[in-house]
Ligand binder design. Structure first.
Ligand code: NDP
Length: 251
């Protein structure tokens, strides 16, 4: 019987695949059968080696997504490596913290450009190819701050609510062209990005006490959602933002 979660023969682009959530998603896609183009500033050597040990093809594409300059090259290099591009995961992201009243233009632009602008233009570059082949899956990494306001992270909240709206718009425009556009909204996941929060005993306790599952998420907790949204099993799922948050939003 056909396994609807099988990604054998598919080629996936994952941004920020060297660490954290991006690495875990990349390896989950590889475990399900996909070949990997690992995009980022820091070479994803460990991710590539692990994927190759699984018998997948995997390449590194060096790119700084603080500008949209590399987006077309990412698509071109993926097609050169694998002859196809089936799955795009827009995961690369940064955060800057300051009170809204003091927030700088530099911290606004850095976060919006990386988290939102590059993500959109990479969707666009990938979709031009996916529309031509009449199939493709795009997964954008959102956040709890796609749904909530947060505090002291104005550009991050704007970028992640923007990702939510954009995911729905792109699903509206491209669902009829064979592309599924969806998002995953991680809750509190233990990565480098959240190391300072984990290290702060009082804040860490307040966070864990509020999570119904009673613990931080691990990057690997995102893998199943990514494989699902990248697979034929999700062929009628469009514009959805799938929270993987240990129940945070349910509270
Ligand atoms: P990490 O800081 O561990 O990883 C971020 C990734 O993004 C790294 O691979 C990093 O590469 C890459 N990246 C950042 N800036 C750029 C850039 N200019 N060009 C290319 N790559 C870049 O964070 P997480 O794994 O925690 O976060 C991954 C995604 O998940 C982000 O979009 C984040 O907003 C989102 N998220 C995370 C949550 C959490 O609790 N951890 C919660 C909700 C959402 P490099 O190592 O080279 O900097």
């Amino acid at each position: 019987m056909h396994n609807p979660f099988d990604l054998s023969g598919k080629a996936a682009v994952v941004t920020g695949a060297n660490t954290g959530i991006g690495q875990a998603i990349a390896l989950a896609l590889a475990a399900a059968g996909a070949d990997l183009a690992c995009v980022g500033r820091t070479p994803a050597d460990d991710t590539v080696e692990a994927a190759r040990r699984m018998g997948r093809k995997a390449v590194i594409i060096a790119a700084d997504l603080s500008t949209i300059e590399p987006v077309q090259r990412i698509v071109d290099e993926t097609l050169a490596a694998f002859g196809r591009l089936d799955i795009l995961v827009n995961n690369a992201g940064i955060i800057r913290r300051a009170d809204a009243v003091d927030f700088s233009e530099a911290d606004w632009d850095a976060v919006i450009d990386t988290n939102l602008k590059s993500a959109f233009f990479l969707c666009q570059a990938a979709a031009r190819h996916m529309i031509a082949q009449s199939q493709g899956k795009i997964i954008n990494i959102a956040s709890m701050l796609t749904f909530q306001g947060g505090i002291r992270v104005p550009s991050y909240t704007a970028s992640k609510s923007g990702i939510g709206g954009l995911t729905k718009l792109l699903a509206n425009e491209w669902a009829g062209k064979g592309i599924n556009v969806n998002a995953i909204a991680p809750g509190y996941i233990a990565t480098n990005n959240t190391a300072a929060l984990q290290a702060d005993e009082a804040r860490n306790k307040a966070i864990v006490d509020r999570i119904p599952a009673g613990r931080w998420g691990e990057p690997g907790d995102l893998g199943g959602a990514a494989v699902f949204l990248a697979s034929d099993a999700a062929r009628y799922v469009q514009g959805h933002i799938l929270a993987v948050d240990g129940g945070w939003l349910a509270r």
